[in-house]
Design a binder for this molecule. Structure first.
Ligand code: 5GP
Ligand code: MG
Length: 176
């Protein structure tokens, strides 16, 4: 069984939007230090581009790795931390950088977990928002693109660990 890929976001379109997000983020945090917290693995490509579009005096980067249980392509509400934050977040402005928000379970879990680190603020920036599939209420502060459906790969996103390296975003079309 193979898959066919259909291009949804070209590298040029992504680059343009990431620059805009960088400007919006720089405006909101103007003059203040910021901690970018990327969620592994999916968000690392987006984070790498986004951080270079941010113009602030001090930007720190850290990663957390979360594992969702249940189906392989959707989370079932149970989330486990397999690598925690390493930088001290106490009193810091934290911007969580995520690849896709689908049901919202992952970020809702992370929001609660981050409270224990006592940051000054926590906001969310996601590359793709599948808002129509949300199961828990969640406010996203920065959204790259809204794509209602489909299983997406490329630009850090995988299908069974493949396709992360593609510079654009594609929808996977399964063939029987
Ligand atoms: P949720 O918001 O449902 O807790 O989970 C979001 C996570 O599910 C994302 O971080 C991502 O890892 C995964 N996910 C959701 N939709 C897709 C998709 O279309 N493609 C890929 N590769 N991962 C997805
Ligand atoms: Mg993820």
């Amino acid at each position: 069984m193979g898959e066919e890929l259909r291009l949804l976001l070209s590298p040029e379109r992504i680059a343009e939007r990431v620059k805009e997000l960088g400007r919006e983020i720089s405006q909101l945090y103007r003059g203040r230090p910021l901690v970018l917290l990327g969620i592994l693995k999916g968000a690392f490509v987006f984070l790498a581009d986004l951080m270079r579009a941010i113009d602030l005096p001090e930007v720190q980067v850290d990663f957390i790795r979360l594992k969702s249980y249940g189906f392989s392509d959707t989370s079932a509400g149970e989330v486990q931390i397999t690598k925690d934050v390493e930088l001290p977040l106490r009193g810091k402005d934290v911007l969580v950088v995520e690849d896709i928000v689908d049901t919202g379970y992952t970020l809702a879990f992370l929001r609660e977990h981050l409270r224990t680190h006592e940051p000054a603020s926590v906001r969310f920036c996601c590359f793709i928002d599948k808002a129509e599939r949300r199961k828990v209420p969640l406010e996203l502060d920065f959204v790259g693109f809204k794509i209602p459906r489909g299983f997406l790969v490329g630009y850090g996103l995988d299908y069974a660990e493949r396709y992360r390296h593609l510079p654009g975003v594609y929808e996977v079309l399964l063939q029987k």
